[in-house]
Design a protein around this ligand. Structure first.
Ligand SMILES: NC(=O)c1ccc[n+]([C@@H]2O[C@H](COP(=O)([O-])OP(=O)(O)OC[C@H]3O[C@@H](n4cnc5c(N)ncnc54)[C@H](OP(=O)(O)O)[C@@H]3O)[C@@H](O)[C@H]2O)c1
Length: 278
């Protein structure tokens, strides 16, 4: 039998940290293939080997979400091997350390390029492959709430406008980065947190994507944003209090939402509970 039509889940940035634990959880809970992805082939293969040691059989594919050719390549792989996609966990992300010496405009550009634009570009290429009942999880952060609360009332109104479109959101994210370059970001109502603003983008992206799915013919596709909590990973310099498996709990819960779930749907979720952005 050809493998085409077999169910499949994909996790971005899953060679380590929370993404790795999400792959481990999906291997145990999801009835289908699980694709572990990494921007580095050798780091990805090392992670596969480690999971094989636990008796789990994820499949490796290279993916760098800032590289259009890499996103296209995994899209082609999914299409030809599975004919679709059932679970997409957009987990890949970066954060500059507090002690980083790169100027703020550089941090803003680089952080948004991965966390916002990379995630959005991956979604735009992979969403046409989603089958009915597919689940999308965008790993955001409570940092999106902290940053949104520090934004001006005018920006907050734009974020929460019922008619917010992806084009509006892309423009807001572009304006944030350009305003860091001419130094006007504070005056324009933005906080001094590249990571926080990038995650405001990821959370809002999820709200807009659900509206788009609701108005199309594919049935029961659900996208949620989430915070995994404060997790012991390289990103948190191992200061996080949760293990990676505890951090993977909410993303896994959202990835495994049963058919025809009505809530959470197009929400921000933390500790399995729906929260608000502002
Ligand atoms: N840790 C926390 O306390 C915490 C809290 C809230 C939210 N989060 C979010 O949770 C997610 C996972 O974070 P983590 O703590 O597990 O961080 P991590 O240990 O640093 O892992 C991040 C993963 O993303 C990958 N990645 C980075 N840039 C990428 C790119 N351009 N293309 C593909 N993969 C890329 C990394 O690959 P390399 O190994 O090649 O670098 C790595 O696999 C992130 O979105 C983060 O913002 C984490």
């Amino acid at each position: 039998m050809s493998s085409s039509g077999r169910r499949v889940a994909l996790v971005t940035g899953s060679n380590k940290g929370i993404g790795y634990a999400i792959v481990r959880g999906l291997c145990k809970q999801f009835d289908g293939d699980v694709i572990l992805t990494a921007r580095s082939e050798s780091n990805g293969q090392a992670a596969i080997k480690q999971l094989n040691g636990e008796g789990l059989q994820p499949i490796f594919h290279q993916l760098d979400i800032t590289d259009k050719a890499s996103i296209d390549s995994i899209g082609q792989f999914l299409k030809s091997t599975y004919g679709g996609l059932d679970i997409l966990v957009n987990n890949a992300g970066i954060a500059f350390k507090v002690a980083a010496t790169e100027p703020f405009p550089v941090q803003a550009e680089v952080t948004l390029a991965t966390n916002f634009w990379g995630t959005l570009n991956a979604c735009n290429t992979l969403f046409p492959l989603l089958r009915p009942h597919a689940r999308v999880v965008n790993v955001s952060s409570m940092a999106s709430q902290f940053a949104a609360k520090k934004c001006s009332k005018e920006l907050q109104q734009k974020f929460m406008a019922p008619g917010l479109t992806m084009a509006n959101l892309e423009q807001l994210m572009t304006e944030f980065v350009s305003s860091t370059k001419d130094g006007s970001f504070k005056q324009k109502g933005w906080p001094e947190s590249a990571y926080g603003v990038s995650k405001v983008g990821v959370t809002l992206m999820s709200f807009v994507q659900q509206k788009q799915f609701n108005s199309e013919s594919r049935e029961d596709i659900i996208v949620n944003a989430c915070c995994p909590g404060y997790v012991d990973t390289d990103m948190s310099s191992h200061k996080g209090t949760k293990t990676i498996d505890q951090g993977a709990d909410t993303p896994l819960y959202l990835a495994m939402l049963p058919p025809n779930t009505t809530s959470p749907k197009g929400n921000f979720v933390s500790e399995r509970k729906i929260g608000s952005l502002v």
